[in-house]
Design a protein around this ligand. Structure first.
Ligand SMILES: NC(=O)c1ccc[n+]([C@@H]2O[C@H](COP(=O)([O-])OP(=O)(O)OC[C@H]3O[C@@H](n4cnc5c(N)ncnc54)[C@H](O)[C@@H]3O)[C@@H](O)[C@H]2O)c1
Length: 256
């Protein structure tokens, strides 16, 4: 049990396909207690039903663009646990019209929305979580990114730019929080069919290309992201911070 006695707050469960759900199950399998936050009433029923399958799991609504809601979510964790050891940030959003066609057409507001939800929220979340992580003598913060931050992936567009900012934030946060024994890392996952992924134009053909080209000749499974999150949350990764680990069947090493 790599995470026994640990408390984890997970942001971003929408349904059973969510990477946040794969991470939640992997954390629970390793003995962690969970607080699952969900974006709002639209997702409440789904998330409460999933949480019910992991005994003792807490739930709380939280829109990550609202500092008051972030504070309330961590306050809920404090009331129940006193502190927390693990924060999983599995949240992203861009307007649908900005996930197809030419990047150059991205509107000012579309750019702002993608950055606010998908990138800035990690910094706001770390700030809100800080007292709870410090109360436990440190901890691990994990976020999810995609290779569209490093190289151009058709239609990923504004989200690629947001993920680049997210990965840079991981490095700055790692430096700020390292002296407090808080590690901050990202998992760069290969494509997985989720609700968010369905919003990216041509996503299914991306899965086909990966299968043919990646070193492992298969797409990743959400559970593989969950297992890497367990590693990053556990003492096994105690010397690692500011890192972006690719869980993508090796796609990122290819030149052509
Ligand atoms: N699916 C993939 O192929 C893939 C690959 C690499 C990285 N990722 C990343 O994984 C993370 C999780 O996405 P997913 O693919 O599991 O899809 P998903 O749709 O299941 O999860 C996205 C989550 O973000 C939440 N969210 C959006 N705006 C929010 C807000 N304002 N406040 C609170 N929550 C909000 C949604 O409610 C949802 O739960 C994202 O950061 C995504 O970019 C996904």
């Amino acid at each position: 049990m790599l995470l026994s006695g640990k408390n984890a707050v997970v942001f971003g469960v929408a349904n059973k396909r969510s990477l946040a759900w794969a991470i939640s199950k992997a954390f629970a399998d390793q003995g962690a207690k969970l607080l699952l936050t969900y974006q709002g009433d639209r997702l409440k029923e789904n998330v409460l039903e999933l949480a019910g399958t992991l005994p003792g799991t807490l739930t709380f609504p939280c829109d990550v663009t609202d500092d008051a809601q972030l504070a309330a979510a961590f306050d809920h964790a404090k009331q129940n646990w006193g502190g927390c050891d693990i924060v999983a940030h599995c949240v992203a959003y861009a307007n649908r019209e900005d996930l197809s066609g030419d990047f150059v057409k991205t509107s000012r507001d579309g750019y702002r929305v993608a950055q606010e939800v998908s990138s800035y929220s990690l910094t706001a979340m770390c700030r809100a979580a800080l007292p709870l992580l410090e109360a436990r003598g440190g901890g691990s913060v994990i976020t999810l990114t995609y290779m569209g931050s490093e190289r151009v992936v058709p239609n990923y567009n504004v989200m690629g730019v947001a993920k680049a900012a997210l990965e840079a934030s991981v490095r700055y946060l790692a430096v700020d929080l390292g002296p407090k024994n808080i590690r901050v890392n990202a998992i760069s996952a290969g494509p997985v069919k989720t609700l968010s992924a369905a919003g990216i134009s041509g996503f299914s053909s991306l899965l086909e290309v990966y299968e043919q080209k990646v070193p492992l000749r298969r797409n990743i499974e959400a559970a593989e992201v969950g297992d890497t999150a367990v590693f990053l949350a556990s003492p096994l990764s105690r010397g690692i911070t500011g890192e972006v680990i690719h869980v993508d069947s090796g796609y990122h090493v290819l030149g052509v």
